[in-house]
Write a protein that binds this ligand. Structure first.
Ligand code: MLT
Length: 255
């Protein structure tokens, strides 16, 4: 992978394809390789930029606290590196939280937003407290327990599970703890999202066990122009469980 030095980290990315730019941001605690199938389907339609978020995959992290907005800063530096003024951005789950933080801070740099198995709401107090408990547990016992707990919730598909589990187990405790705290402290951007004027596409699995389909339907209800692509029988990993359905949805960001 190529890397740039930015904000005290080394940020790794892949860039491929031709056409209008589309950045694809992975979720927690994964890396850009979850998009492999979708990237193959979209590389004839878009110039794809696939970062590993700070700490994940081949990117490094800092030990200090950071926010979704700091992660958006890393990504805007990537756009500057390529001389790209405006891009569509689609994020999976936590990647969607980063895409929303990016939209709020760098609205003029965005031509469209895709939320794949994601949401615009902040954490409930209970979810937030659980994130801090998980962060403590990871500090003491490592990332194995997160990988074990999340694998069945990500997807019921055995092939997907056997891909994501080792991917999660390979992440560093620092990255997982940093991202858990950043997710816990993120703001709700539901009201903000209801006022945006660029194209918004929501791709969501009908049986997502981590972020229920209702979260996407709520966005559609306040932003009727959003295109909601509901994928029946699909869980939290639509880009792996239904690459064609996901690619079709994301193609709408090119129109
Ligand atoms: C993700 O899949 O990125 C995270 O599980 C999202 C979350 O925990 O809110």
């Amino acid at each position: 992978m190529e890397k740039i030095q930015v904000n005290g980290i080394s940020l790794a990315y892949e860039k491929l394809g031709v056409g209008a730019p589309l950045m694809l941001i992975h979720g927690f605690p994964l890396d850009h390789t979850i998009w492999n199938d979708v990237a193959n389907l979209l590389k004839g339609d878009f110039t794809l930029i696939l970062p590993d978020l700070r700490g994940f995959g081949q990117s490094t992290t800092v030990e200090t606290l950071y926010t979704m907005s700091d992660m958006a800063d890393d990504l805007v530096a990537l756009l500057d590196h390529f001389g790209i003024e405006k891009t569509a951005i689609a994020g999976h789950s936590m990647g969607g939280y980063v895409a929303l933080a990016f939209a709020k801070k760098y609205l003029q740099r965005m031509s469209g937003l895709g939320l794949v198995a994601s949401q615009a709401a902040a954490d409930t107090p209970e979810r937030k407290a659980n994130r801090y408990k998980d962060a403590d547990a990871v500090a003491q016992q490592g990332v194995g327990l997160i990988a074990e707990g999340m694998t069945p919730k990500l997807s019921a598909n055995a092939g997907v599970q056997s891909f994501v589990r080792p991917l999660m187990e390979g992440q560093t405790p620092s990255a997982v703890i940093g991202a858990l705290k950043a997710m816990a402290e993120r703001e709700g951007l539901f009201t903000y999202l209801s006022s945006v004027s660029f194209p918004v596409v929501l791709v969501h699995g009908g049986v997502d066990a981590l972020i229920p389909i209702e979260r996407a339907r709520e966005i559609k209800a306040v932003l009727p122009s959003a295109r909601l692509v509901e994928l029946q029988g699909i869980g939290h990993m639509p880009m792996m469980e239904s690459p064609r359905g996901t690619a079709e949805g994301l193609r709408l960001l090119g129109h």
